[in-house]
Structure formats: C-alpha cells, structure tokens
Design a protein around this ligand. Structure first.
Ligand code: MTE
Ligand code: MO
Length: 384
C-alpha cells in the first residue's frame, strides 16, 4: 500500500477521499480563528505523501544561463533572507458540491471548507532565481516557472504545475519557497520540508514537497496544468471539451461563504438575535472591501463587519494595494425577523476591483466543478 506511510490526521476532519487523502475541516472551525491551525487546514493530495529526509533534501533550480543550482534545506534557510506572509489557500474545487446539485460534475465533492489561512515563512522564489542567474533579459525567452513535487504515482510521474514568470520574479509577488507553516516546520501533509506558496493563486500551483524548479518558455506539461484546473462554459460537456482552448486557472475569483449557522440549523425564537459568520477572499492580491448579508434570500441586505485578525487582538497590518493575500473573516448580528419561520441567509463579497460573486450557480456551472463562487445560501428554521 503506497499510502501506508501517510501521516496521522485530526479525527474532526471531514474526509472526502482516504487514499489519496483529501479532507476539509468543519466550516465553523474556519471562522473560529483567523489563522487556521495546521491540523485543521484542508488537505488536498493527488498522490501518497512522500517521506522526505530533510538532511539529504535537494532542490534543483534549472533553465537559467548559469546552469543548475542545487540547494539543501540548510542553504535555503541560511543563504536567503527569511520572509513571512499570511496567505489563504483555496482549492479550485472549493464548493464543488453546490455545482453537483445543479448537474453532476467530475471531482471530489468539496463543501465550503477547501480553503484555509496560514502564515508561511521561507525564501523568496525571486531571491533564489536571482541567485541561480536570473537576469531581466531571461524574460525575453522565458515565460513560466515550473514546479515539480517529490510525490509520484505508480509510473513515477510527479505532481507538477507552473506559474507565469512575472509573478515569480515580481518584487510584489511574494512567492515563497516556504519551509515553515504557522511558525513550525511544514507538516508532512502540507509539503515537508519545502513547498511553494504562490499567494493569490489557485491551490493547485502551490506545489508541495518541492523537488525541482524550471524556468521555461513553456507551461508545465503536467496533467494538472494541461488537462485539469481549467474553466469552461456551462454548455461544454465531456464529448466536446477541448482542454487546449482554455487557460490554466491561476488567480482565483472573489469568494465568500457562511460558516455558521449551518444549513438546516434550527434557531430558537427566544434567542431574539442571530449571529452569522463566514470568510471572504479574492485572488490576485485583491482585497475584500465589503461583505453583504441578507436574511431574506437576497431582498434586503446588511453590511457585515470584517476582521483581519482574532477578536480582542490587534488586526494584521493592512497590506499594500495588490498584496492582500489573506482572507477576511466577517460577522453580523441581527434581530430575528418577527414573522419569519424560516430564513434564507445569503452572503456575497466585493473586492477592491469591485468584482462581485454571481448570484446563482447555473451560469457558472462547468463540467469539472471548479471556480464555484456563487452567493452562498443557507436556510435555517426558527423554532417558536
Ligand atoms: N503539490 C503536490 N506535490 N502534490 C499535490 O497533490 N495538490 C495541490 C497543491 N499542491 C498537490 C500539490 C492542490 S490541488 C491543492 S488545492 C493544494 O496543494 C492543497 O494544499 P494543502 O493540502 O496544503 O491544503
Ligand atoms: Mo486543488
């Protein structure tokens, strides 16, 4: 069993698939703390978790005029300044289950918690590329930076992905070769000893157990870059889909969801008020500037309170424009409407480019069930 050396996981996680291991936390845990504890951070593995010996670990950087640069874990930690960011990671398939309700899609049936927020520390990819011989004239022929994981399938094929070169080398890109998550060694499930953190970019490009970096004219040739993680029209089906016709997902669109109350929860009339909580995040470093909440299915709206930190603690400093990598938690407490027996609670977020979420799923439905970001709705009953 290639999965026999997989790590232990927290029993509270909702398991989507055991081998490879894919799981998300109960949604209310997400809004309990601004930084998601690593044990609860969603886990998305395509392959068995590789066991990497940190003492013999090597990272190869290829494709630059200077030839291959090979770094040990110690080199990464000592030869480059340590940079720390708070960044939210979201799987392209987060909220796929809502697409499944419209029409069957292919993929793991994620709820609303294939998203989490952590602090990440490591060397800047930009600094490592500069040390490996990157110079501005490389951008005349190179367009992409490819990443290869150390996890392999039975044929020896590794997980791989790529990002645009300009994101990788930008001083504002904050792309990390991270060796710490939440102040500790990265746990095995999240890429020990080194993973790429590409803030603002879909989870799939944040390659774990990083073994190789290649600067190239071409995108990664991996299955996950070429024939997966792309968006299509609701009218495209498996007979007509042409994966070459669509770009690989990189920056993700605006997203928000209600973490509590849960769908179908019952609320006692004697409570008089209702507190609704959730998360909101946008890709590409676009900052969430507002979350609107409705208790009547979208007829009337109220503005929620946004938080970039935990209650009673100083919020995280606000990031420079275009570098808002972390989510906002939000919350609103409202009186229970006097006559209602049932409430349809809805949330939608707005980012600083005034991007907003679509109101329903059907116009954004796609055969792979990615980019599911319609207004999130939960219905609760009021017990008299
Ligand atoms: N990297 C490797 N090497 N292997 C993988 O299976 N999964 C990707 C990405 N990086 C993956 C990977 C996907 S699709 C996502 S959503 C994120 O890792 C999940 O990261 P997490 O498990 O730390 O939450
Ligand atoms: Mo993913």
């Amino acid at each position: 069993d290639p999965y026999s050396s997989d790590p232990e996981r927290h029993p509270v996680l909702h398991i989507n698939n055991l081998k490879p291991f894919n799981a998300e936390p109960p949604p209310e845990i997400l809004s309990d703390s601004y930084i998601t504890p690593s044990a609860f951070f969603f886990k998305r593995n395509h392959l068995p978790v590789p066991q990497v010996d940190p003492a013999s670990y090597q990272l190869h950087v290829e494709g630059l005029p200077g030839g291959t640069l090979t770094l040990s874990l110690e080199d990464l930690k000592t030869r480059f300044p340590k940079h720390t960011i708070t960044a939210t990671l979201q799987c392209a398939g987060n909220r796929r289950s809502e697409m499944n309700k419209v029409k069957q899609v292919k993929g793991l049936n994620w709820g609303i918690a294939a998203i989490s927020n952590a602090t990440w520390s490591g060397a800047l990819l930009r600094d490592v590329l500069l040390a490996a011989g990157y110079k501005p004239d490389v951008a005349q022929w190179a367009r992409h930076v490819q990443f290869e994981g150390l996890d392999t399938d039975v044929t020896g094929t590794t997980y791989g992905a790529s990002i645009p070169l300009n994101k990788a080398v930008s001083e504002e890109g904050d792309v990390l070769l991270a060796y710490q998550m939440n102040g500790e060694d990265i746990p095995p499930d999240h890429g020990f000893p080194v993973r790429v953190v590409v803030p603002g970019t879909v989870g799939a490009r944040n390659v774990k157990w990083l073994g190789k970096i290649v600067v190239s004219a071409d995108e990664s040739s991996s299955h996950w870059q070429q024939n997966d993680y792309k968006g299509f029209s609701p009218g495209t089906d498996w007979d007509t889909v042409d994966f070459k016709s669509a770009p690989a997902i990189q920056e993700l669109p605006i997203q928000s969801a209600i973490t509590t109350p849960a769908d179908s929860a019952e609320i006692d009339r004697s409570e008089e008020t209702l507190t609704v909580k959730g998360y909101a995040w946008s890709g590409g470093g676009r900052e969430v500037v507002r979350v609107d909440v409705s208790l009547d299915g979208g007829k009337t709206w109220q503005v929620a309170q946004l938080r970039s930190g935990d209650k009673g603690q100083a919020p995280e400093p606000s990031p420079p424009t275009g570098r808002a990598w972390a989510w906002k938690l939000w919350e609103i407490t409202a009186p229970l409407p006097p006559d209602a027996r049932e409430l349809e609670i809805v949330c939608k977020a707005v980012d600083n480019s005034y991007n907003m979420q679509p109101d329903t799923v059907p116009p954004i439905w796609n055969l792979r069930g990615v980019l599911s970001n319609a207004w999130h709705r939960v219905t609760v009953k009021i017990r008299e």
